[in-house]
Every structure is written in structure tokens, then in C-alpha cells.
Ligand binder design. Sequence first.
Ligand SMILES: Nc1ncnc2c1ncn2[C@@H]1O[C@H](COP(=O)(O)OP(=O)(O)OP(=O)(O)O)[C@@H](O)[C@H]1O
Length: 208
Amino acid sequence: MQDIVFEADRLACIRGERMLFDGLSFRLEAGHGLLVTGHNGCGKTSLLRILCGLSLPEDGEVRWRGTDIREDRSAYFRDMAYIGHANGVKADLTVAENLRVSLALTTGGPMDLIDAALDDVGLVGLASEPAGALSAGQCRRLALARLLVSRAALWIVDEPFNALDQTGVLQVESLISRHLADGGLVIMTSHQPLKTLGDSLEQLRMAA
Ligand SMILES: Nc1ncnc2c1ncn2[C@@H]1O[C@H](COP(=O)(O)OP(=O)(O)OP(=O)(O)O)[C@@H](O)[C@H]1O
């Protein structure tokens, strides 16, 4: 993944009457992660939605491998996985079926990716349970397992640790570390102090 570069170039975002940010730029190379911080309402989620192509910036562009993401959205969506505040879990499907759908929609990779992902997020044993019966923390774990199944180089994750217990936080921090060590990229927000990951991430502090 050595040739991979992600660039945010002079991004501006207006919500309602308010300019949330303007001239926001950063560059991230393979193996690097960025932690976006700032108080409630400063624009972190708005920024992440622009970075993953779900919203358009008022100005500026997002480049992936040197190309504006609007120019080749399907290539970008193959390489990028986004997990927002909402888990996007289908309650009527089992835990494993949820991941099967993700697999079919992304890489179509081997089914043993699902077992490995469930193991990584601590959901082994719940594969056949209906997702609607999961606790909030288990649901978050299932959502995060989609990152692993996607095999995307770039993970964009809004508050990954929401609803996770202490063990879950450590597990997910370790998955993020492993992804970075494998040459992946991560852009994330978190209101929680990081336990092990802090030194591995660059910080973008958003102002009011
Ligand atoms: N679609 C929208 N229309 C109007 N205002 C919006 C819209 N989306 C977000 N906002 C406003 O933009 C501001 C930034 O919201 P955003 O969700 O990006 O903040 P945040 O930094 O992620 O907050 P938090 O830490 O609470 O998750 C808020 O004041 C919010 O009310």
C-alpha cells in the first residue's frame, strides 16, 4: 500500500448559516492515522462525511491516490470503508448474515473472512444470533467488523468506541494498530481518551 496517499485540500463546509471550517487541509500516507478532535458541534462528523464522499464540500477537494474522489467514486468506494454513528446493522439478519451482505457488497472475498472478523471483534459464538437481539456494544462491534470484511485500505470511523466496554476499546485499538502496521490508513474521531493508540495517530484539532 506504499503508493497510497489521502489528501484533504482547502476544504470548506457550511451547515445552515454557519461556516464550520474553511481552508482545512491535511495529507495522510499509508500506515498513518489521523484523530479528529474538538467539542460537540464543531464539525467532526460533517468533515468525515465529506472525506468519505457522502457530502460535498462548499469548497476544496478530497483526493485519493492523487485523484479527486468525485472523478472515480466506485474506485474510491472499493478502497474506503466508512462507519458512522449509526451502526447500519440489519436487525432481521443474523450477525453472520450481516457480514455476508457486507462481503457481497464489497470484496466478495472468502467466507472465512467473516469468522476471522467475528473473532477479532469478540463476537465468536454469536454468529447465528439475530442482530436485533444484540446489546448496544455488541452492535457496535458488529458494525466495526465490517471494516475488516471490507479489506479497505482506508478506514473512516466516527466514534468507533461508542458503547464499547473497556475490553472492546482495547480490542478495537489493537485492530486499528494492526491495520496501520499493515500499511492501511485510518481517519477517526473519538471523545474518549485513547488507551494504547494515542502515539500512533496524528491529531487534527478542530476549532469552533
Ligand atoms: N444537515 C445539517 N443541516 C444544518 N445543520 C447541520 C446539519 N448537519 C450538521 N449541522 C450542524 O453542524 C454543526 C456540526 O455538526 P457535526 O455533527 O459535524 O458536529 P460534531 O463535531 O461531529 O459533533 P459531536 O461531537 O456532537 O458528534 C452542528 O451545529 C450541527 O447542528
